[in-house]
Write a protein that binds this ligand. Structure first.
Ligand code: ADP
Ligand code: MG
Length: 361
């Protein structure tokens, strides 16, 4: 069975995982920068990429050590190449490509959303036909999935992602970052029916979403009523959360119905939300649908879901050639073209370090 190393640096998590086949987890390492960015109330791209530069070699080393393998034992190396923060993605991709060139291994470029999308089926060799809701800090998408590699976009957010709405509203409430977990916790003891917040586009007739109106409604509410008293916060959080979840659930089940799918999945950081989970599980049971969530540890950004997607790509491709060293030159000139001089030298050094440190060819 093929063994893969995957690297994920699309946002503020530096992660590396080693996977054998579709289910053999040999390593699953994550360093979250959440604490660093919490001081700014959100992710600062430049801070993120600089921290990836420091953490990536440590995390990759640690993953390989946990797996008890050397780079030459791998069949291929994968990295998230988009979507995400450009300067952060470059770090993981540069590290993976440096390793591939050094060790003469094939490189697999993986789409971050596909990583989330397939994560509810982690371990499965076959991806069943289903309707998928990907809800994270950066994305809110509904997709019809025929099987691996056969995806059709049904709807998406026209403005903020659901997780982004959670984070922005949490900031308005004076809660910490990332805000989704904080709101979820507060909402558990709150009354979701106490305040009426708008369910954006719930009757739009299509499968798109909009969450920026909800965020504005919360801001207006706070301007009118002042900073919420501590006693009211659970009810406000529960009411806001219910507004987000009502729309997500309504459109997910509508999409499944329209496409005659009997299986649905939820993935991405927001799928960790306790109310979204319990309500969608209950509704799926009521409608006789099979429902899948990512296993614990694969909800928010991680490299194992990238490795799993890569394993499917590897299985689907008849042959992959090793990355050649002349791509280094191309990559360096790409880096120079696209990045500020400061990144340019930092990344060049970093790439060389990866290349020299792990080169075995
Ligand atoms: P991205 O891939 O876009 O970076 P992730 O998949 O890592 O996002 O998910 C992070 C998002 O998930 C954040 O917006 C965070 O607030 C949200 N989130 C995490 N846990 C919960 C929760 N329990 N309830 C609601 N949102 C959550
Ligand atoms: Mg993500």
């Amino acid at each position: 069975m093929p063994i893969l190393l995957a690297i994920e640096t699309s946002c503020d998590e530096t992660a590396a995982a080693v996977l054998r086949g579709f289910e053999g987890v040999l390593a699953h390492e994550i360093f979250s920068q959440a604490e660093i960015h919490s001081h700014f109330g959100g992710v600062v791209p430049e801070v993120a990429s600089r921290n990836h530069l420091v953490s990536a070699p440590v995390i990759i080393d640690s993953a390989m050590e946990k797996a008890g393998l050397r780079i030459q034992d791998l069949d291929a190396i994968a990295a998230t190449t988009g979507p995400g923060l450009a300067s952060s993605l470059l770090v993981g991709a540069a590290a993976a490509k440096g390793l591939c060139i050094g060790a003469g291994k094939p490189f697999l470029a993986i789409n971050h959303i596909e990583g989330h999308l397939l994560s509810p089926f982690f371990g499965h060799e076959t991806i069943p036909p289903h309707t998928a809701l990907v809800v994270s800090g950066g994305h809110t998408l509904l997709l019809d999935v025929e099987g691996f590699g056969r995806y059709r976009l049904l709807g998406r957010t026209l403005d903020d992602a659901a997780g982004e709405a959670f984070d922005k509203v949490a900031k308005l409430f004076g809660l910490g970052y990332p805000g989704g977990i904080e709101i979820d916790r507060m909402a558990r003891s709150g009354n979701p029916a106490r305040f009426e917040f708008p369910r954006g586009m719930i009757d739009s007739g299509d499968l798109d979403f909009s969450f920026s109106g909800l965020k504005t409604a919360v801001r207006t509410f706070l301007e009118k009523h002042g900073t919420p008293a501590v006693v009211d916060l659970p009810d406000i959080c529960a009411s806001f959360q219910a507004a987000v979840i009502d729309v997500l659930i309504s459109k997910l089940f509508k999409a499944a119905r329209q496409n005659s799918r009997r299986v649905i999945s939820l993935s991405g950081g927001v799928s960790a939300n306790s109310s979204l989970r319990s309500r969608s599980i209950e509704r799926a049971a009521g409608e006789g649908l099979e429902i899948h969530f990512p296993p614990q540890g694969l909800l928010t950004d991680n490299a194992l879901m990238i490795a799993f997607a890569a394993a499917h790509h590897l299985a689907a491709s008849s042959s992959l050639s090793p990355l050649r060293s002349d791509s280094v030159k191309k990559m360096l000139s790409e880096l120079k073209k696209h990045l500020f001089p400061i990144y340019d030298s930092l990344l060049t050094d970093f790439l060389e370090t990866c290349f020299n440190q792990f080169a075995v060819a």
